[in-house]
Design a protein around this ligand. Structure first.
Ligand SMILES: Cc1cc2nc3c(=O)[nH]c(=O)nc-3n(C[C@H](O)[C@H](O)[C@H](O)COP(=O)(O)OP(=O)(O)OC[C@H]3O[C@@H](n4cnc5c(N)ncnc54)[C@H](O)[C@@H]3O)c2cc1C
Length: 275
């Protein structure tokens, strides 16, 4: 029986260096049946333990239709992420989950989709983009906008090329261009003028730093997006992932069980500046 409080053993099957500070880990449960039965909705997260260091929430960045393993794309920011970055293929970790609500992908069918991501916020959105890519005929037009600090922080280059080939609009921008960078410069909201999806019949999925989400919602509203068309994935410090510990509460909601995906209309009711 699966108990949500108890980590299950999993093995790292590959490690890919994405950028200077970011790696993607593919992992699978040691229990083959558990892995076979595993499924998740894009936007859900797992609690991943690095034994001897601690446990952290991480979004699943792989396709929900790829069931033989799952991937996490992780920025090295502190104690546990640093320990995770030192692990290699074959090392064991613990997993609890999947937790959280995930994006309501069924509701997005027949709609155009705008993805707006900043930094490692691209991780859960990649999973949602894979879901759309796998059932392309069920969705309308797709625009993928990604912003990061510096060209050296650009994520998922191969995926971006593939999505472009598949007819999705794919645009990146960097806050601090270097001398070699010939693309867009500035924050991700600066790309809104170039997006090809219309406002009508479009849903916007956002994930990134709080400041990005705050201003992206403001700018999308100016363009005519209604709150019910916009969904944001929030990050809050959390320990249990299942609504016991109270670390991730925002007003009367818990990010771990009521989120991490919130509709913009719901965000307005919460005691935060829409972040
Ligand atoms: C639902 C959810 C999904 C996430 N998905 C991803 C993901 O896909 N990829 C990824 O790289 N990270 C993700 N994160 C963030 C990740 O959990 C933190 O980076 C991690 O917990 C940091 O742990 P640490 O021990 O390495 O850092 P620490 O040593 O604990 O802290 C390093 C610094 O990061 C800050 N910090 C720690 N945790 C958080 C947090 N949860 N939110 C904001 N600031 C924090 C600390 O205050 C400190 O300044 C997610 C967080 C949540 C809540």
């Amino acid at each position: 029986m699966i108990t949500p409080e108890k980590p299950e053993l999993a093995e790292i099957i590959s490690v890919e260096q994405e950028t200077v500070d970011t790696k993607t880990f593919a992992v699978k449960y040691l229990d083959q049946k558990r892995q076979r039965d595993f499924f998740f909705i894009p936007g859900k997260f797992m609690m991943l333990s690095v034994f001897g260091f601690g446990e952290i929430p991480l979004s699943i960045s792989s396709s929900p239709y790829k069931t033989d393993s799952m991937q996490f794309t992780v920025v090295n920011v502190g104690n546990v992420t640093n320990a995770l970055h030192s692990l290699k293929k074959g090392d064991k970790i613990g997993l609890r989950g999947p937790f959280g609500n995930g994006f309501p992908m069924q509701r997005f069918r027949k709609k155009n989709i705008l993805f707006v991501s900043g930094g490692c916020g691209f991780a859960p959105l990649r999973s949602a983009i894979y879901a759309v890519q796998a059932k392309k005929s069920m969705f309308g037009r797709v625009s993928i906008l990604f912003g990061c600090k510096h060209p050296k922080n650009l994520l998922f280059g191969k995926d971006m090329e593939q999505w472009n080939r598949e007819g999705f609009q794919v645009l990146s921008t960097v806050d601090q261009p270097d001398e070699k960078w010939q693309g867009n410069a500035g924050v991700v909201t600066g790309l809104f003028g170039k997006m090809t999806v219309p406002v009508e019949n479009t849903v916007a999925l956002l994930c990134g730093p709080p400041i990005m989400i705050h201003f992206a919602l403001i700018e999308l509203r100016k363009l005519g997006f209604k709150d019910k068309q916009m969904y944001a994935s929030l990050e809050r410090m959390m320990q249990c992932g299942v609504g016991y510990c109270s670390h991730c509460n925002i007003g009367n909601k818990y990010t771990c069980i009521d989120g991490p995906i919130f509709n913009a209309a719901d965000l307005k009711e919460l005691p935060v500046k829409e972040d």
